[in-house]
Design a binder for this molecule. Structure first.
Ligand code: NAD
Ligand code: 89V
Length: 339
């Protein structure tokens, strides 16, 4: 697979290391409007073409896959450019600015027959994945309740200053991952009710959100996230999970401790992720998930299979984000079918 990456910023460095670790993948071209970022990223490779303009990179071609690692406002034009050049696409979350754009982007790539996957990586963190596999194995029977929780006081704004500037913040940037974990555990949701707050006066958007979901299979889940929670130990960027099933419970607690309880028997497992040689704490679980999600993308293309977090699938996660904002604004429960 020959990969071209657009957007050599803060997070793309993880994606570039991830590609380097995957057999059969070669990064052949890089694009960023910013000369300095382009130069730092290209230093990771012996032989890579560099471009300041994505259209010029597509015109030269020589790659079969594009990795779009820019921020959201450029996603639609870049995905449509990729579709016009008939290549596979992996695009960072949040996929689009609104649901209409997201639907159009999925349609554009579907028309080419190429694969479109969204880089929605939290469900691919190995600790979260261990819980998803346990739930899917049926060991605790049919789940009836779940909680997916992310509460932190970590300063995300120093690495990603744009997060302080948007009208929308935590649901669009972080809640999207947490809502996606809830879907991975319990299936699609039919209704959502949400409240939001802004606690940090230095930012524009909301930094606290509490969401209640009803899922198609009958599970009720509480999905809560906060960047205004000062706690010790700081758990960034861990998602904590609680699932009650008819036969038992599963929890993922702080410090990557998973426990499965059946009757009075409790089995505990340390599911802490490794720190890859290019990774650093506390980001190492996200960094490991980047390599895992990119390997999944490569494996699905080789097998002709649809990725778990395909563009089509991500429309459901994206709809939950839109519905959560609508619910918080209008103080009402939103039916997903109405969007
Ligand atoms: P960033 O601002 O640091 O980097 C984006 C880069 O894209 C910049 O260097 C910018 O110059 C470049 N760019 C923008 N539009 C371009 C265009 N049309 N052509 C060429 N270059 C262009 O942003 P970031 O923090 O790296 O975030 C990028 C994306 O990754 C965002 O969508 C963000 O939500 C996502 N992200 C995901 C995770 C995760 O865990 N999945 C973590 C952090 C960020
Ligand atoms: O995953 C993300 O999208 C990041 C962060 C973990 C900081 O929320 O923006």
């Amino acid at each position: 697979m020959k990969v071209a990456l657009i957007g050599c910023g803060f997070f793309a460095m993880n994606q570039l290391h991830g590609w380097k670790d995957i057999d059969g993948v070669e990064v052949v071209a890089l694009c960023d409007r910013d000369e300095e970022r382009l130069s730092v990223a290209s230093a990771l490779f012996d032989n890579v073409r560099t471009y300041k303009d994505a259209a010029a990179m597509f015109a030269d071609g020589g790659f079969d896959t594009v990795d779009i690692a820019t921020t959201v406002s450029s996603h639609r034009p870049l995905v449509e450019m990729a579709a016009a050049h008939n290549v596979h696409v992996i695009c960072q979350k949040p996929f689009a600015l609104n649901l209409e754009d997201a639907r159009a982007m999925v349609k554009a790539v579907e028309a080419t027959g190429k694969t479109l996957m969204i880089h929605e990586n939290f469900r691919w963190q190995s600790a979260v994945r261990a819980v998803i596999e346990e739930v899917r194995s049926g060991v605790i029977g049919t789940p009836f309740f779940g909680r997916v929780s992310f509460r932190s006081g970590y300063d995300v704004f120093s690495g990603q200053p744009y997060l302080a500037e948007g009208e929308r913040f935590i649901i669009e940037d972080l809640g999207i991952h947490i809502l996606d974990i809830s879907r991975a555990l319990f299936g699609d949701a039919t209704r959502i009710a949400a409240t939001t707050r802004r606690i940090n006066p230095k930012i524009k958007g909301e930094d606290v959100a509490t969401m209640l979901l009803e899922h198609e299979g009958g599970v009720t889940s509480v999905v809560d996230c906060s960047y205004a929670t000062h706690r010790s130990p700081e758990t960034f960027p861990e998602s904590l999970l609680e699932i009650d099933g008819e036969k038992g419970t599963i929890r993922l607690d702080a410090g990557y401790k998973m426990s499965v309880q059946l009757g009075d028997d409790v089995t505990e497992r340390d599911v802490a992720p490794p720190v890859l040689d290019w990774a650093s704490r506390p980001w190492h679980n996200i960094q490991e998930s980047v390599r895992i999600i990119q390997q999944h993308f490569v494996d699905c293309i080789a097998a002709g299979a649809e990725p778990e977090t395909s563009g089509r699938d991500n429309l459901q996660t994206f709809a939950l984000v839109e519905a959560a904002y609508l619910s918080a604004k209008e103080h009402r429960t939103v039916e997903l079918a109405d969007l």
